[in-house]
Ligand binder design. Sequence first.
Ligand SMILES: Nc1ncnc2c1ncn2[C@@H]1O[C@H](COP(=O)(O)OP(=O)(O)OP(=O)(O)O)[C@@H](O)[C@H]1O
Length: 328
Amino acid sequence: MIQTRGLTKDFVVSSSETVHAVRGIDLDIAPGELVAVLGPNGAGKSTTMRMLTTLVRPTSGSATVAGVDVVADPAAVRRNIGYVGQGNGAGHQQRAGDELTLQGRVYGLDRAAAQRRTAELLDALDLTALARRKVSDLSGGQRRRLDVALGLVHAPRLLFLDEPTTGLDPHNRANLWEHISRLRTEHDMTIVLTTHYLDEADTMAERVVVVDHGQIIADDTADGLKRTLAGDRVVLTVAVGGTASRVASIVEALPGARDVTIAGDRVEARVADAGAAVPELVLAASGAGAPLLEALAVRPTLDDVFLALTGRSLRDGADTTTTEEAAA
Ligand SMILES: Nc1ncnc2c1ncn2[C@@H]1O[C@H](COP(=O)(O)OP(=O)(O)OP(=O)(O)O)[C@@H](O)[C@H]1O
């Protein structure tokens, strides 16, 4: 459904500065996949998406989307895709229903077909009761649902969502995802999304592409990334001061344990399966006269994956992909 080779975008900001926003991305996405593109601010996620949706022309490399080259025939690409950008696409003074019908007309539907499609989408995204409301009067969650409806007017096979749930509260995020998931199953859509929410990428996407400094640095299922790049940890607190080194020796003897560290009364280590290790360690420590006050099994998050890959936390936010070139 999507194939890119060496896809690159440079923004020439001034005679002395070029931003290398995307630096040679090779990506293959098969029909029906739901892929999350994850990365810190400025990593190049939106620029990649904007190239794939023909809003920005690549500097070099190639990209085919739904079988069409994005540079050779952008209009054909656009007919095949839906795009929900970061800003609100809808005109604020329009009524929600009229906005959808207008969008349908823009995509070449006749009036009756556009109205039929409007009714379907209002229903699918739980907006029917709000059809006559002005877009400016909708809540954030309602407006985001309208944005998704606008992206789906022409029944695309491929939907791009740029941070679809940013700014929504957990209830509205869950609600929007419920709608997206259902529509995806019903219409067998391929979905590519960017998100800052690690838990969202973790639970919703079947595949996570991690981008940093304009390059793909990892590409796997969330579980696969966690297993290969982060791994489980145990965090043990001893009940009796001075016994941490004894507990550390017990942990070291555990098959597969590594990176054992001691900090005061706390012992931490990477283990193959934290859930299985904890009861074993509690028993062994108690038997060795070094009982534990607390024993935690810690499963890795996608942030741990990013940390393992880059030494930085995604939660720390950006460090920029901007590079300055010496003035000529
Ligand atoms: N039109 C532009 N002109 C100049 N620089 C740009 C332009 N668009 C993006 N950039 C720069 O390109 C880099 C990548 O930006 P991009 O928006 O793709 O990142 P992102 O990963 O989507 O970030 P965010 O998560 O904050 O949306 C950033 O350094 C950004 O400042």
